[in-house]
Design a protein around this ligand. Structure first.
Ligand code: NAP
Ligand code: F7E
Length: 352
């Protein structure tokens, strides 16, 4: 039985990846930070015990370990104990806007944290396969469409930290012959997306407006354009990257770009609301530097991995609005559910 170690297991991607790996028969080990209230809501359907203690195991074959990417000793202890075949480094201070407020912390976790993990992984098992969650933010919006050859131009502390991690991952590949890959993923969303990223902020607020709980939605820059895909498809690609003959880096995205304004319009229209009555602009959501246009050129992944995004922009909007309507006790419009059924049939993810 293969063993995988997943950092960021309590996050959006970590939770979907864990479901995928368990469905493939892996023994999965995850790193969890201690917090004053439970932070395991995205995996509690796989790990129903409300409280984890030390190294805890659920019936589904998931082990959780307390630790933090700032703590190299604990990371090394876990790696030595688990000796995983595959390591997925998904943990990060992942919010671009927040990284301007916490540049040093972001560098420590999103940057140096990767080195701590690479080093512990290499020492515990030289044959380990390592996935690094790199980001389209590294391109800074320059020279669209962006592919594996596009030069980096990081425009936030977050992006700078991710560029550092990208190069450390390549250095471990080239220097130690380690199987280490960067997945350069463009924005990907889902009903499990963190509530302060723009897509989820919009779809949640719409559901609350429909439910009569709120009236307005405050946003920042509506002109920025992003290549938005669907997280469950992207985590499948992470796994594929670690199953190849040779380690290399891949750009992953849909190949389409849309502005924040387009997302707002599509989501309000789908929910039957008039955007003009609800949306307002607040300067506090603008960033010191913005990434204007991201659009992936994912041809390498299509050619080598046979991977292609199925869920495109409008489908994603509908899936997310429906899910949030359900969460807030409103009858969903229903098209999002039909898209999931049609495109994925019996899906391997369980919680949504
Ligand atoms: P997310 O939902 O924000 O999850 C981040 C995860 O990292 C959470 O499990 C979080 O734990 C954990 N974490 C944060 N600080 C940590 C620390 N000091 N030690 C240990 N764990 C820590 O992120 P995501 O959207 O799933 O993204 C997964 C990864 O892909 C991230 O590295 C992100 O930067 C990168 N990425 C994301 C996208 C995207 O569009 N989603 C695109 C490109 C790259 P808590 O639950 O305790 O906070
Ligand atoms: O912003 C604009 C904002 O925070 C998208 C992370 O997963 O993807 C994500 O980073 C755009 C930006 O995601 C609001 O200015 C307008 O242009 O949803 P976001 P992000 O910054 O693209 C990349 C690939 C990652 O790697 C990151 O980890 O939307 N925007 N108004 C707003 N953004 C937010 N959050 N909130 C607003 O009110």
């Amino acid at each position: 039985m293969k063993k995988a170690f997943v950092t960021g297991i309590t996050g959006q991607d970590g939770s979907y990846l864990t479901e995928l790996l368990i469905s493939k028969g892996y023994e999965v080990h995850g790193l969890v930070r201690r917090s004053s209230s439970l932070n395991t809501s995205r995996i509690c359907h796989i790990f129903p015990e409300a409280e984890i203690a030390g190294t805890s195991k659920s019936e589904s074959g998931l082990f959780l370990h307390y630790g933090d990417l700032s703590d190299s000793e604990q990371i090394s202890n876990i790696m030595d104990k688990v000796k995983p075949d595959e390591v997925y480094n998904l943990a990060a201070q992942s919010h671009v806007r927040v990284s301007f407020d916490t540049p040093e912390y972001t560098g420590n976790i999103t940057g140096l944290g990767t080195t701590r993990l690479l080093e512990a992984a290499r020492r515990s098992n030289p044959g380990v396969r390592f996935y690094q969650a790199s980001s389209s933010e590294m391109f800074g919006g320059k020279k669209p469409p962006q592919n594996e050859e596009t030069p980096f131009y990081p425009r936030s502390p977050y992006a700078c930290a991710k560029v550092y991690s990208y190069w450390m991952t390549r250095n471990y590949r080239e220097g130690y012959d380690m199987y280490a890959c960067n997945g350069i993923l463009f924005n990907h969303e889902s009903p499990r997306r963190g509530e302060t990223f723009v897509t989820r902020k919009i779809t949640r607020r719409i559901a609350r407006i429909v439910a009569g709980k709120e009236k307005t939605l405050s946003l920042g820059n509506l002109d920025a354009k992003r290549d938005w895909g669907f997280s469950p498809e992207y985590v499948e690609c992470m796994w594929m990257m670690l199953q190849q003959k040779q380690a290399t880096d891949y750009v992953i995205g849909t190949g389409e770009t849309h502005s924040v304004a387009e997302f707002v319009d599509a989501a309000f229209e789908y929910a039957g609301l008039d955007r003009e009555k609800h949306v307002q602009i607040d300067q506090k959501y603008f960033r010191p530097t913005e990434v204007d246009v991201l659009i992936a050129d994912p041809r390498k992944a299509e050619k080598n991995l046979g991977w292609k995004a199925k869920v495109k922009f409008l489908d994603l909007v509908k899936i997310m609005v429906d899910a949030d309507m359900r969460e807030f006790g409103v009858e969903p419009v229903g098209e999002g559910d039909m898209i999931l059924a049609k495109r994925f049939g019996k899906k391997w993810w369980k919680g949504d």
